[in-house]
Write a protein that binds this ligand. Structure first.
Ligand SMILES: [Zn+2]
Length: 255
């Protein structure tokens, strides 16, 4: 059994065959998928789809959309966090690569959502790109349960995460020939490592360049097991147990 802890199943790229995609995932042994919200609208949609398919969802506003944050958006995200299917705040964080929202706005919106995670006692799924120092200092100051998603940051974020007992989730990027950070995949403690697809993005080898989907988390598991020098079965068991501990009973009880 595998858990895809991060999938943008609300993306319009899945509008034509969402049910089939989920069926293929189940057939591949993926027992649970976390549908990620990245703005108020997609978070609402992720919650509805999660109910419909017996999966889980997150609610939050991505740094790309931080300039759309408002008191109303905060209230809407908070209302979603009260729903049973919603198991985490996310995806939130800082992205200084694209800078779609001003950096100071990104920081304050990230801060407010870190606070929401503490307030609702939910984990927070964090996106970090080209913003290592600020992400490291902000997560270092938070008491929320942290998930560093599709980890590809440098030592500073890694160390801040380790100091805070963060979960670290790896995506299909670890299957790319260009992936050189074997050390981070090896050094995350056994009770803190997670896996994800980040579908529809970042399809793992041998599907690179195609639309990604949750069934392909099998390829992430395979490569992760290889890097850590353990069996595929053991890797699956470890990450599935971690996902249940991190995200709660909704993720552990669905088969
Ligand atoms: Zn994502």
């Amino acid at each position: 059994m595998l858990v895809d802890t991060h999938c943008h199943l609300t993306d319009s790229k899945f509008d034509d065959d969402r049910e089939l995609v989920i069926k293929r995932a189940k057939d591949a042994g993926v027992s649970q998928i976390i549908f990620i919200g990245d703005n108020v609208k997609s978070s609402g949609r992720a919650a509805v789809l999660a109910e419909e398919f017996g999966m889980a969802a997150t609610a939050g506003v991505h740094p790309h959309e931080a300039s759309k944050w408002s008191d109303e958006a905060r209230a809407q995200v908070a209302a979603l966090l009260d729903q049973e299917a919603v198991v985490a705040v996310g995806e939130v964080g800082l992205d200084y690569h694209y800078d779609h929202s001003p950096r100071n706005v990104q920081r304050s919106v990230f801060e407010e959502q870190l606070e929401l995670a503490e307030e609702f006692d939910l984990p927070v799924v964090i996106h970090s790109r080209d913003a290592d120092s600020d992400v490291a200092s902000m997560v270092g100051a938070s008491n929320a349960t942290l998930v560093l998603h599709s980890f590809s940051s440098g030592d500073e974020v890694f160390q801040a995460g380790m100091d805070r007992g963060a979960y670290v989730s790896f995506s299909g990027m670890i299957t790319f020939k260009s992936w050189s950070d074997l050390n981070s995949v090896r050094s995350v403690p056994e009770d803190r490592i997670l896996m994800e697809t980040d579908s529809p993005y970042l399809a793992p080898v041998p599907f690179r360049g195609k639309r990604n989907e949750p069934a392909y988390v099998v390829e992430v598991a395979r490569r992760m097991a290889e890097i850590r020098g353990i069996s595929f079965e053991m890797m699956s068991e470890i990450t599935t147990r971690n996902a249940a501990r991190c995200f709660g009973s909704r993720v552990s009880t669905r088969v």
